[in-house]
Each structure stands twice: as C-alpha cells, then as structure tokens.
Write a protein that binds this ligand. Structure first.
Ligand code: HEM
Length: 429
C-alpha cells in the first residue's frame, strides 16, 4: 500500500516484473492480480454469479441499493434496467450540452492566464452529469446542487469508511455528524428532483428515463433506488472523466508529443469551425488520442477486484473460492508485447491495429464493465476536441507528473497547470 501511494502508476508493472504474472498481493484477503490478456479473459468471462464485489463497506454512503455494491441476480436485473439510457446511440442527445458547457467554462480563459486543467475538467464533467443525467438545466440550480454534492464527496473522511464504530452522530459533533448533515441536504435535493421528474412529461435526461423504466415484472424503481443510483453516477462518473480529460491535455502539451498535438489540430481544422458535435466525437485521430490517454494513464492500476464465490482456473492455477482476483489494467496497458514502447504516448498505435477487450480495458470488463463508458468516451472527445480546437495552450511546468492517488482513482499530481497563449485561428499552430 505504501509503495502504491508513492508510485501509483509504476508499482503494478514492477510487481509483475519481479514476481511474474499472475502475482498475489498478500493480506487478510489475498488478491491475485494479472495483466496478461489470457488471465484477464478468464476473470471477465467467468460466470458473473461466481464473483462478488470486493469493497469496503460503502452502503452507508451510497445507499444499499447502489448498483456497484450489489451482486448476483439483483445486479443483473438492475443493470439491465439502467443500461438503455447509457447506450452509445443516446450520446448524441447530450453532445451539444457537453460542448456548450465546455465553452462556458472556457469563457474566461484569456491569454496570459494560468489555469488548472484538472479543476476545469471537474467542473465541466459535474455540469454534464447535472444536465445530462439529472436534467438540471438552470445554471443556478446546477451550481447549488453541484456545491452540495462536492461538499458531500470532498468532505468525506475515509476514517468513517474504515472504522464503523466512528459512525455515531455524537450530538452533532465529529466527522460522521457532519457527513450525515451533508448527506441529508443532498438527499433532500435529489428527492425533489425525482419527484419533479415523476410529475413532468418524459424528458431527454437519464433521470427521466429511469423514472419511466420498468423491471421485467412491470415494477418501477423506488425513490430510494433512483436516489442511490444518481449518487453513484456522480461518484463514479465525475472525477473519473475529469481526470482522463486532464491527462489528455497534459500528454498533448508535453514537448516530446508536439507532433501528436500538431496532427490533432490539423484533423480538427479539417472539420471546419463548428462541426456537428457527433462528427467531432467520431474524428479518427481524436479517438486515437483519447484511447492512448486511457491506455497510458489508467484511472487505477487494478480497479474493482472481485471475490471468488466458486473456484476459478487462471493461467494454470486453480484458485479456490474466497480469494480475490483483479484485472491489473496498469500492467495490461504497459505490456511491451502488446504495446511496443509502452511509456511513449503514441496514438498512432490505435490506427495501426485493433486491441482486444482483454488488452485495452480502461472501463473494466465482464458483467460489471463501466456503465458510463459510452458517455465518458463521448464526453472526453467533445471536451478535448473543443479545448484543443479553440485554444493555444502550454504546460506551466515541464516536470513529469508521476500521478497521485485521490480516493479511488489515480489522477495528475499537480492539477495540470496550463498557460493560455491565446485563441486559435484554424490552420495555425
Ligand atoms: C473516463 C471515465 C471513466 C472511466 C475510466 C471509468 C472506469 C470504470 C471502471 C474501471 C469501472 C469498474 C468496472 C469493473 O468493475 O470491471 C467502472 C464502473 C462503473 N462506472 Fe465508470 N468510468 C468512467 C466514467 C463513468 C461515467 C461518466 C459514469 C456514469 C455517469 C460511470 C459509471 C459507472 C458505474 C455505474 C459503474 C459500476 C458498474 C457496475 O458495477 O455494474 N463511469 N467505471
């Protein structure tokens, strides 16, 4: 754990190089990790009923109904209901909002200013969730709900997650009491939004689609259930997408990647000054840049491990029930055999060949693959394409960023500070 905190991106490849792949992280509950496509295939192809989440107890934060905390048939049932609003074809409906919200946050990016790509990307991705998922179109309402959600997420003390005995309100004092106050405030706002969506005509946003959705037995989702899923979508969707956008801007503005930036600008310029947002989101080189970002800077070296409920054959080893298994993205994405010169940021590799879902897995895989993958991928392309197309930027510091652990994710350590050189005129560098 200490080595992970010191070197979040490097630790897993080093363990695999030293101990071989697969390797076991010992502990009260040993965790067998693999970055080998064959091992990853064994994990993601296993019967989903034979795996369960391997989490700290987060039910008191996210709600016991939260998709990420449940397993077995209940997970399958809920996921089936929640999936349709997140399918790729629906993303076009949110694309215009993604570009508009990006431009709103760039409005005061004037030449000479220094800005943090991480902070701006966080605000953009939160606004996108509030508008596209929650259906909050009024900027003041978005601002207030955004603040309440950030206060809840950022003000959360990990101590109360790890030490259940601390979960006492103690007459309104202490971290748990403060957490509960913020949680009640957020719940009240979310409940009001759910009630409003139930009253109104069907809308385009994901909340409205969830309100209208029915399980196979004709039952709707309860208010508690919808509230838990909304909270999960903020927690799972906002920082993750923002971190990936910030890494893309970091990599593109590194001097050693100047040719990549140039090639991307050329592609964006051929699309014209105001391309259809769907044309932007599908631009070939931009797509390669975003895939290369997700490959080179995965959000976590081995996200979302599972506990085996039945034995599993993994690369010649027979693993018994009770053992944890994890697809080590941080190893898989840096394998020399799959990605020659793995530390180089080279989007061209995605133009030269296709990678299997066991070689490229930024969104995990199997029955619990990221629900928001299509939305995150679309948003990344629209936001990065808009920023790079509109502005000339440079990194404020050329010091390499080693990444830093932030709650469940690894993000840029220094916020990716950028200096704004000016607005771009298409056709110029
Ligand atoms: C670049 C951005 C993102 C990345 C890299 C990412 C990655 C991941 C990963 C690795 C998992 C775990 C998958 C597994 O267990 O195998 C996951 C789960 C999940 N993600 Fe994402 N995510 C991103 C954005 C989003 C967004 C925008 C949303 C929704 C608005 C979202 C919603 C979820 C949900 C609900 C789950 C749990 C799925 C389940 O347990 O069935 N994510 N994500």
């Amino acid at each position: 754990m200490l080595r992970y905190l010191r070197d979040p991106m490097g630790v897993m490849p080093k363990l695999a190089a030293k101990h071989g792949d697969p390797f076991t992280i010992p502990g009260k509950e040993p965790l067998v990790c693999t970055g080998d496509p064959e091992g990853i295939k064994a994990i993601y192809s296993a019967d989903p009923m034979s795996l369960e989440p391997f989490n700290v107890d987060l039910a008191f934060i996210l709600g016991p109904e939260s998709l990420i905390l449940i397993g077995g048939p209940e997970h399958r049932r809920k996921r089936k209901l929640m999936m349709p609003p997140f399918l790729g074809a629906r993303m076009r409906a949110y694309g215009e909002a993604m570009r508009r919200l990006t431009r709103q946050h760039l409005a005061d990016w004037e030449a000479g200013r220094m800005v943090s790509a991480s902070a701006t990307a966080q605000r953009i991705s939160l606004d996108v969730i509030l508008e596209a998922v929650f259906g909050v179109h009024d900027p003041q309402g978005r601002h207030e709900l955004g603040q309440a959600l950030l206060e809840l997420v950022e003000g959360f003390s990990p101590l109360i997650a790890f030490i259940p005995a601390l979960r006492r309100e103690l007459g309104g004092i202490g971290p748990y009491a403060s957490f509960r106050r913020r949680q009640r405030a957020v719940h009240a706002r979310l409940d009001a939004l759910v009630a409003q969506a139930r009253r109104e005509e069907p809308r385009d946003d994901i909340l409205s689609l969830l309100v209208a959705a029915r399980y196979e037995d004709g039952e709707p989702m309860t208010d508690d259930d919808i509230r838990a899923q909304l909270l999960l979508l903020v927690v799972a969707g906002h920082e993750t997408t923002a971190i990936s956008i910030a890494w893309a801007l970091y990599a593109l503005h590194r001097p050693e990647n100047a040719e990549v930036l140039e090639r991307l600008r050329e592609e964006l310029d051929t699309l014209g000054p105001e391309p259809e947002v769907d044309v932007l989101a599908k631009a070939t080189y931009l797509d390669a840049v975003c895939n290369e970002t997700l490959r080179r800077f995965p959000l976590a070296p081995a996200p979302a491990p599972r506990r085996l409920l039945a034995p599993l054959e993994l690369m010649g080893y027979s693993l018994p029930a009770g053992v944890g298994v994890g697809a080590a993205i941080g190893v898989a994405h840096l394998r020399e055999e799959t990605y020659p010169e793995p530390l180089r940021f080279r989007p061209e590799r995605f133009l030269e060949r296709k990678f299997s879902p066991f070689e490229l897995l930024p969104f995990g895989g199997g029955a619990r693959r990221c629900l928001g993958a299509a939305m995150a991928a679309y948003e990344m392309r629209v936001v990065v394409g808009t920023i790079v197309g509109d502005l000339r930027l440079r990194l404020a510091s050329l010091r390499p960023d080693p990444g830093k652990v932030r709650a469940a994710n690894v993000g840029p350590a220094h916020g990716v500070k950028l200096v704004i050189e000016g607005r771009r005129t298409p056709g110029t560098s």
